[in-house]
Design a protein around this ligand. Structure first.
Ligand SMILES: [Zn+2]
Length: 332
């Protein structure tokens, strides 16, 4: 057995097509489907109920909430076939891996989907969601986004961090055991969330701004804040986060660039605070890890750089499982 085969390989952020979703149990044109996951030794995927930022009015909030809920129900139903399991707890995920089955997990991206209703947080957790990403691109009523959208009327900064509603949402997430994802959140809100949250916060799909200045990357101060709260930086395979554009050499990012960012985060905040995600079907894919079938290439590059079985296990899932357990333990 290779290290890759022996490792619980968990990808913490994968989008799905919605609402016209192809049958994931057969070959599709998506970067992730069940055959590709099996071929690539990707044992577990957190699929995202993603809601784009829209109008912050009652109709907009209602539509966003309905969409997130429908997507969560769809994702759970993906595991209805034999050889797959929907996993809503760390124990279930580990048992799924031990049985040789493929794990399906879910999360919500964009706190916009809760509108002003904190009750949504408990509903999503009861549907099995692992985390909520506080914002997407564009400010919402919880926090400023790292990428304001002028088309939505966004000022560069609106709340200057978290709003009162955003703070209340974090308290409710802590109480319900829904992890706080600070990806997409503007730096002041991200730093505030890391301090305010009673349980560690996670950036489920991010990169290191020290290596590639990009509003979606975390600078070293933000990485330090994740270590300080016991959280995680899950380095993701979005090319523009990994390698700055070079007008005369449109070089594409590859697996080596991804692992450069992993190396940087490990050096800065320690192996225990770093993980991996693809953002497949949501903008992620690099040369060498272009879809789920090629997931072994990431492990191979980590091995080439001297990471052993223990370290690779922590990066792919061990750290995430540890933090997830902590989040569940620290509920009210
Ligand atoms: Zn995202």
């Amino acid at each position: 057995m290779t290290i890759h085969d022996d490792t619980l390989v968990l990808d913490t952020h994968i989008d799905i097509r919605w609402p016209e979703t192809p049958d994931w149990t057969g070959e599709t044109r998506q970067l992730v489907d069940l055959p590709k996951m099996r071929a690539g030794g990707m044992n577990a995927a957190i699929f995202i109920a993603y809601v784009g930022q829209g109008k912050r009015d009652p109709a907009g909030h209602a539509a966003a909430g309905a969409r997130a809920e429908a997507m969560l129900r769809h994702i759970a139903a993906r595991a209805a076939i034999s050889g797959t399991r929907f996993c809503a707890t760390p124990d279930a995920l580990e048992a799924c891996f031990a049985a040789g089955d493929t794990a399906v997990l879910s999360a919500v991206e964009n706190g916009y989907a809760m509108g002003h209703d904190l009750g949504r947080i408990g509903l999503w957790r009861s549907l099995g969601a692992v985390y909520l990403t506080l914002t997407h691109d564009g400010h919402n009523d919880l926090s400023d986004s790292a990428r304001p959208r002028a088309a939505l009327g966004d000022a560069p900064a609106e709340h200057g961090g978290l709003s009162k509603l955003g703070e209340a949402a974090i308290a409710e997430m802590n109480a319900r055991g829904l992890m706080v994802d600070v990806s997409h959140v503007a730096k002041p809100g991200m730093l505030r969330a890391a301090v305010l949250s009673r349980s560690p916060v996670v950036a489920t799909h991010t990169a290191c701004a020290a290596l590639c200045p990009h509003p979606r990357g975390l600078d070293d101060e933000q990485l330090d804040a994740l270590r300080a709260c016991g959280g995680l930086a899950q380095i993701t395979a979005v090319p523009s986060f990994l390698r700055p554009p070079a007008p005369n050499a449109p070089g594409q990012a590859g697996v080596a660039d991804l692992v450069d960012h992993i190396d940087h985060a490990v050096r800065r905040i320690g192996l225990d605070h770093v993980g991996i995600s693809s953002d497949f079907d949501g903008g992620g894919a690099v040369m060498g890890w272009a879809n789920a079938a090629e997931t072994g290439a990431v492990t191979a590059e980590l091995e080439r750089r001297g990471y052993g079985a223990r370290e690779i296990g922590l990066l792919w899932s061990g750290n995430f499982l540890r933090v997830w357990r902590q989040v569940l333990r620290l509920t009210a």
